[in-house]
Design a protein around this ligand. Structure first.
Ligand SMILES: [Zn+2]
Ligand SMILES: [Zn+2]
Ligand SMILES: [Zn+2]
Length: 350
């Protein structure tokens, strides 16, 4: 629009010398009038040019802020941990309450009752699970939440709908100085330990507090990706600020307080009662070891392990003289953790 205004004025200016030459013979007064007109037109052109420049500048500012807004909308461009979490896949299990229902019936019910297309629920994979159910992996957390919400609303009478909590291994980092905070720790880890963390690594600080021995030394429990976890355990330490910090494995398996078996709790227990101190058939508060310290401790889990190894002629030396909670000595516990890790790592690679 401005160029459209400038051009006619330019044309007018170009014609002016001719006009003036024609009137060159005319009276001085007429000449003066024309010259002042030229001056005015030139000033107008300059004014327009300046206004045009200002507009071009402000257009550029608008463009830049627009592209910034676009970047804000696209969560992948902001490297915050909150965004990384929300862009992780999310899994939902939809399982019929009626026994013996077919998988195809489940799928058809989901498609009929949840408008996946209009609701923009993006699905990565669908896998069959037991009892005619399906495990749906959605592309991100909001898709998973939406699927869970919509499927629950329309199918909860006949289906069990639940979100699957993704297991993430954790480690404890010990040895930070007091200047490092819960909020700044992920940044230190990421930037100072490039061999372990990459820019796409996921890390969440669960807890940050000072050590019991020395209040000026801090420790943190963090949740990380499987590949970062493996590198951390292998390395055994990280750099945070100017401190070399030790890494401790925090992956654990639950132990039942009733039978001392692993991977379940007392509420779910179908086993028989077993004392964690002596492996006898009584609760720990009735244990005679407490009065008679000459009685040796006995781990029921390691006793079973020893028996099972002997039955296959594997006479490995399994220590049984410890309480079921003394994990540092307990071979059974170490095996349970190893089993848990291998099952998790296998499934996470699928
Ligand atoms: Zn149990
Ligand atoms: Zn006992
Ligand atoms: Zn044991």
């Amino acid at each position: 629009m401005l160029i459209a205004e400038i051009n006619p004025i330019k044309e007018k200016l170009n014609t002016l010398p001719n006009v003036s030459s024609k009137i060159g013979v005319a009276e001085d007064q007429g000449m003066q009038q024309l010259l002042s007109e030229i001056q005015l037109l030139r000033a107008e052109v300059n004014d327009l040019k300046e206004r045009n420049l200002d507009l071009v500048k402000s257009c550029q500012t608008v463009k830049t802020s627009e592209s910034n807004t676009d970047r804000c909308k696209d969560s992948n461009h902001i490297p915050t941990y909150a965004n990384k979490v929300s862009s992780q896949p999310s899994k939902v299990i939809i399982r019929p309450k009626k026994p013996d229902q077919s998988l195809s019936q489940t799928k058809s019910d989901v498609v009929k009752n949840v408008n996946l297309v209009d609701e923009n629920i993006i699905i990565n994979t669908v896998k069959p699970v037991s009892s005619g159910g399906i495990l749906v992996e959605c592309s991100n957390q909001s898709c998973g939440d939406k699927l869970k919400q919509l499927a629950s609303a329309s199918l909860s009478n006949t289906y069990e709908v639940k979100l699957v909590r993704t297991f993430r291994p954790s480690v404890r980092i010990v040895g930070m100085s007091k200047d490092v905070t819960k909020e700044s720790l992920p940044n230190y880890l990421l930037k100072q330990n490039p061999g372990i963390f990459s820019s796409s690594s996921w890390c969440r600080v669960l807890r940050y507090w000072s050590t019991f021995k020395d209040k000026s030394v801090f420790q943190a429990d963090i949740e990380i990706d499987t590949c970062v976890y493996e590198k951390l355990i292998e390395s055994g330490h990280v750099i945070v600020g100017v401190s070399g910090c030790k890494i401790f494995d925090m992956v654990s398996v639950p132990r039942c307080y009733k039978c001392n078996g692993f991977f379940h709790n007392a509420k779910q227990c179908k086993g028989v009662i077993s004392c964690p101190l002596c492996a006898g058939a009584h609760p720990v508060n009735k244990c005679s070891i407490k009065e008679d310290e000459t009685i040796e401790r006995r781990c029921n889990n390691c006793l079973s392990l020893k028996n099972s190894l002997e039955s296959i002629s594997d006479f490995r030396n399994v220590d049984i003289n410890h309480a079921a909670w003394e994990y540092a000595k307990c071979e059974s516990y170490k095996l349970a953790v190893a089993k848990f890790k291998s099952s998790y790592f296998k499934s996470s690679k699928n």
